[in-house]
Ligand binder design. Structure first.
Ligand code: PGA
Ligand code: ZN
Length: 411
């Protein structure tokens, strides 16, 4: 089934910044659509998001990426078989010719890669998770729900970027979502009663100013309990520290709660959190170049909790392999736009699993209503998904898609 056209548009993401939308049409008139997300706390090795850099949208326009799709990429991809995902992705990588996809833009390349996959699924008349995962895609992921936002995602005083609850001990996905929603609304009441701000951060969690990070953790525990659930039995806690964002590279110290800390001192604080709270996962506990801290922390806690690499790996199979050889972590955050094609993302997931590590499929802080990651999580039996809070439609869209898939599967 031949691809007959690729159309691209400059649209908006959830922060009101431009992003790329792609429509891929096949010879029988079927269309596949993808919309590309965008991060705020990025790893240094991420594939490059091409921005225009002129006066429009404060330099964030994506008309160059749109033009690259409609000119150069179209000329190469139109006429190809929509089912040749691997070959199309390889062609895009080779056409770009740079290691970080900076010539054509990873936003252009990912938009095309995903639009092709959606078109292929639509041609077959099957859902995307079925197209990608075949008969083996069957596991609904457990969500890590980000209810208190800090760091680069909020204007408050929290250094840690994400305080998440993990509704784990429920059989069905929709019961996990219900638990999350009930805890979320209970948390709002608690914040209100304490006179704290209930405005939302970029990923839909609350973003109050708090006296300490422990206060954020205490609030989550209180909300879980008051909503009628048992922390440490049914519902657990996860953190994304995004520590590169509070690492002072020149001095080699972490600027955390107003103090300057070494990697070892920061590890000790995390150790105390793990002692006190039912934490099952910590993402980016250290800066992406602070390999020693990653390694010794994983040696100490790798049997007990998930230690998740995001900025340190940027969904890049080569970096994930290096992490495995050196024992930096035991889990990997998977973001399609960090690497830039579906094929490479699937490779990163496969590699992660082949070490016995856990993949967590993830959104970006700048999102759209696109729900590809929900299908990807089911298709690959990843087991985990990080897609923000249960408020803001760009986050909720993924939960709703997973609820739909669960019903479709007859679970
Ligand atoms: P980002 O944040 O999309 O702003 O990079 C998400 C994360 O760090 O996991
Ligand atoms: Zn992260």
């Amino acid at each position: 089934m031949k691809i007959v056209s690729l159309k691209a548009y400059e649209i908006l993401d959830s922060r009101g910044n431009p992003t790329v939308m792609v429509k891929c049409k096949t010879e029988n008139g079927v269309v596949g659509v993808a919309k590309v997300p965008s991060g705020a706390s990025k790893g240094k090795n991420e594939a490059l998001e091409l921005r225009d850099g002129n006066s429009r949208y404060g330099g964030k326009g994506v008309l160059k990426a749109v033009r690259n799709i409609e000119d150069e990429i179209s000329r190469t991809i139109v006429g190809k078989n929509v089912f040749d995902q691997y070959s199309i992705d390889r062609t895009l990588i080779n056409l770009d010719g740079t290691p970080d996809k900076s010539r054509l833009g990873a936003n252009a390349i990912l938009g095309v890669s995903l639009a092709v996959a959606h078109a292929a699924a639509n041609v077959l008349g099957i859902p995307l998770y079925r197209y990608i995962g075949g008969v083996s895609g069957r596991i609904l992921p457990t969500p890590l729900m980000n209810f208190i936002n800090g760091g680069a995602h909020a204007d408050n005083n929290l250094d840690i970027q994400e305080f998440m609850i993990v509704p784990l001990k429920f059989d069905r996905f929709r019961d996990k979502v219900r638990c999350g929603s009930e805890v979320f609304h209970t948390l709002k009441r608690i914040l209100k009663d304490k006179g704290l701000n209930t405005g939302l951060g970029d990923e839909g969690g609350y973003a109050p100013n708090l006296a300490s990070h422990r206060e954020a953790l205490n609030l989550l525990i209180e909300a879980i309990e008051k909503a009628g659930y048992k922390p440490g039995e049914q519902v657990f806690i996860a953190l994304d520290c995004a520590a590169s964002s509070f690492y002072n590279e020149e001095e080699g110290v972490y600027e955390f709660e107003g103090k300057k800390l070494s990697g070892r001192e920061l590890s000790e604080i995390y150790a105390e959190y793990i002692e006190t709270y039912p934490i099952i996962s910590i993402e980016d506990p250290f800066a992406e170049e602070d390999y020693e801290s990653w390694k010794s922390f994983t040696e100490k806690f790798g049997k007990k909790i998930m230690i998740v690499g995001d900025d340190i790996y940027t969904t890049n199979p080569k970096l994930i392999r290096k992490g495995m050889e050196n024992g930096y972590s035991n889990a990997v955050l998977i973001k399609l736009n960090q690497i830039g094609t579906l094929t490479e993302t699937l490779e990163a997931i496969e590699m992660t699993k082949s070490f016995g590590w856990k993949p967590i499929i993830s959104h970006r802080s700048g999102e759209t209503e696109d729900t590809t990651i929900a299908d990807l999580a089911v298709a690959t039996n990843a087991g985990w998904i990080k897609t923000g809070s249960v408020a803001r439609s760009e986050r909720v869209a993924k939960y709703n898609r997973l609820i739909e898939i669960e019903w479709e599967m007859g679970i």
